[in-house]
Design a protein around this ligand. Structure first.
Ligand SMILES: [Zn+2]
Ligand SMILES: [Zn+2]
Length: 181
């Protein structure tokens, strides 16, 4: 799914004067192996790296994510209020938008020529060079409504449940490996 291999990325970064350090490579690998539709905040990524035994501080994770977004490797998303999420970047024509459930943080990715055209038209009308166009739609998913969860925006919503979901999926893959091994 990733538009870059480590080698092609390395070449690209070197050309721009950046280095793909082992730490950045590790972070890139986390994003490359992320199931589709998953997006990580700095806190999510920090937790994953720590579980993998990496010794890295949260502030280094923040800095590295910013840098990798600046390099064009990662795409910065405003999915939740208060903090940013990241995913692998891809060419503009491959860009997608997000539908987010504010109760369980389930995120659905979708593409839309219509939205892309509006973005292009708007940027061109103002003489801008277009870099990215993201639409995020917030709602309550069918499962959450079925469970009778509130249909209003949770107070102080910070997308903290995405961490619990990550922990759950991590535990699942652990038990997977145990049963296979
Ligand atoms: Zn996405
Ligand atoms: Zn939901």
């Amino acid at each position: 799914m990733s538009p870059h291999t480590s080698a092609s990325l390395k070449a690209l970064l070197n050309k721009r004067g950046f280095r793909l350090t082992p730490q950045r490579q590790t972070i890139l690998y986390v994003f490359q192996t992320l199931p589709q539709g998953n997006h990580l905040s700095a806190e999510d990524l920090h937790q994953i790296l720590r579980r993998q035994g990496e010794r890295i501080s949260l502030s280094t994770v923040y800095r590295t994510l910013h840098l990798m977004a600046y390099m064009g490797i990662l795409r910065e998303l405003e999915l939740a209020e208060g903090h940013k999420h990241y995913e692998l970047n891809s060419p503009y024509t491959e860009h997608h938008h997000h539908l987010v459930c504010v109760q369980c943080n389930q995120t659905i990715e979708f593409k839309s020529d219509l939205i892309d055209r509006i973005g292009t038209r708007q940027a061109e009308a103002e003489g801008y060079h277009l870099l990215d166009c993201q639409l995020t739609i917030y709602g309550i998913c069918p499962e959450a409504m079925q469970r009778g969860w509130s249909r209003t925006l949770p107070e102080g919503w910070r997308c903290s449940q995405s961490q619990q979901r990550l922990q759950r999926s991590d535990r699942d893959s652990d038990s997977d490996m145990a049963s296979r091994g």
